[in-house]
Each structure stands twice: as structure tokens, then as C-alpha cells.
Ligand binder design. Structure first.
Ligand code: IP8
Length: 249
């Protein structure tokens, strides 16, 4: 079994305070990853690291920059967060190794992400846990744009033929107008009316973009809170199931 799990930036950082880790949440997440007995690929979001610099430089998934300093600052912040994540995972006993999307992938002129995953598959085969992160990538005709952790999850799930996908978020799932967790989403139209933006600076579009991205995936994806990460690794499907593709479950 191969699992791709994303740890949201608002879970692992204090999203309103520039470059501030949520150490307790990171340690809890690392212990849950350590409890997994399948192959795991970890992706983490940008939180107060990447989004802070992306906002400052006016860079998003569609608005690019030709400024190399902006690219270095956004990527540098994400590398600092990735170092902290890899270290916390290693401390918990996970065979974590970093993978930086800026050095691996790029977007074509239509904005399609090309992320080769051969190295990630080899890492899994050799017993490593690759740890990727939302990043800035070169983009044909636009300089460089942001790639979100959710887009990486979709590319990786396909590339490593994942059996399960989980997104650990600051909320217990996708919430309806009464703040109850929606059990299952089969199409964006089902939830378009209730999905707003996100609370803090988020250049990749919040929950609406997350659901749209996950609906593109053939593997069903669960969105849940940190408290449910361990149960996800135990095989449960907490929170909201985004049943893209032709899932019958
Ligand atoms: O938090 C965004 O990744 P996300 C990464 O998964 C950057 O949307 C660099 C802002």
C-alpha cells in the first residue's frame, strides 16, 4: 500500500505570524506518520512561510514573476519549513528525506504541472519517506509561479499509483453552511455555494481550490483534521471523502 498525505500549512505553522512553526502540531503529525506501516509520501503546504513571501512578491498559481530574488525568497522560506518538517519526522523515527519541487518540476505554457516522480518511486522502494512541499516552479511564458501542495498531491498520487490520499487540514473536513462536516463530495457543484476563501493570506485559493484539485484525482481523497491523522493511517476515512474519478466506495 502506498499513501500520499499532505500536512496543511495552517496545521504545521502559525498562519498569521510570518515564519512561525506550530511545533506541537508538527510533533504530533510526525508521530502519526511514524505509526504508518505502509509506504508514505509526505507533502506539506506553505503556511506562514511560503504564502507570506508569495503575497509580498505578488506571485500565485497564475501570476508569475521574472524576479530571481522573489523565486529565491519564496523557495528559501519553503526550504526552511521543509528542513524543520524533515527534522521533526526524523526525530519521530521516520526515514524522511527532502524533495524540492523547484528542482524537479515545471509548468508548461497552459499552466499544466509536469512533475517527474521516478526519483520518489525509487526513494519509496529503498525505504525512504520523501517529503515534498508547496513551492515556486518555472512556468513557460510566466517566469515562475506557485505550485500548491494539493497539486503536488495529485501529481504524486498518479505518479506513485497511490492507494489512498489524505489531506490533514486545520478543519475536520469540508464544512457545510451549519459548520457540519460534509461526508462525501462527488462534484464541485454540490458544494460550490458553501465554499468560501481561507482565513489568512493564501495565494493558492483555500478550500474551494483544494476540492477542485482533488476532484481531478482518480484516487479518493480524505480531508480531515490533525486529530484524525493516526486513524487515517489505521485505514479509516475520517472527515470528508472527495470522490473524484470513478470511485464507487
Ligand atoms: O500551502 C503553497 O502551498 P499550499 C506554497 O499547499 C507556497 O497552497 C510557496 C506559497
Amino acid at each position: 500500500m502506498t499513501v500520499v498525505v499532505k500536512l496543511g500549512g495552517s496545521v504545521v505553522t502559525e498562519k498569521d505570524e510570518p515564519e512561525t512553526l506550530d511545533e506541537a502540531a508538527i510533533e504530533r503529525a510526525a508521530r502519526a506518520v511514524a505509526s504508518a506501516d505502509e509506504e508514505v509520501v509526505v507533502v506539506h503546504g506553505g503556511g506562514s512561510f511560503g504564502h507570506h513571501y508569495a503575497t509580498r512578491h505578488g506571485v500565485s498559481r497564475t501570476d508569475g514573476t521574472a524576479d530571481a530574488l522573489a523565486v529565491r525568497e519564496i523557495h528559501g522560506a519553503m526550504k526552511r519549513l521543509n528542513d524543520a518538517m524533515v527534522e521533526a519526522l526524523a526525530d519521530a523515527g521516520v526515514t524522511a528525506v527532502p524533495v524540492h519541487p523547484l528542482s524537479a518540476g515545471a509548468r508548461d505554457g497552459e499552466g499544466q504541472l509536469d512533475l517527474p516522480t521516478g526519483q520518489v518511486r525509487t526513494m519509496l522502494g529503498e525505504g525512504f519517506v520523501p517529503v515534498l512541499h508547496g513551492d515556486v516552479v518555472a512556468h513557460v511564458g510566466a517566469g515562475a509561479t506557485i505550485v500548491s501542495g494539493d497539486e503536488l498531491v495529485v501529481a504524486l498520487a498518479t505518479g506513485v499509483d497511490a492507494d489512498r490520499v489524505g489531506l490533514c487540514s486545520a478543519v475536520p473536513g469540508v464544512l457545510d453552511a451549519d459548520d457540519d462536516v460534509i461526508d462525501r463530495i462527488d462534484a464541485f457543484e454540490d458544494v460550490a455555494a458553501v465554499l468560501g476563501g481561507s482565513d489568512a493570506a493564501d495565494v493558492t485559493g483555500g478550500m474551494a481550490a483544494k476540492v477542485r484539485t482533488l476532484l481531478d484525482l482518480d484516487t479518493p481523497a480524505s480531508i480531515f483534521a490533525l486529530a484524525d491523522l493516526r486513524s487515517f493511517f489505521e485505514g479509516e476515512r475520517p472527515g470528508t471523502l472527495v470522490a473524484g474519478g470513478d470511485d464507487e466506495s
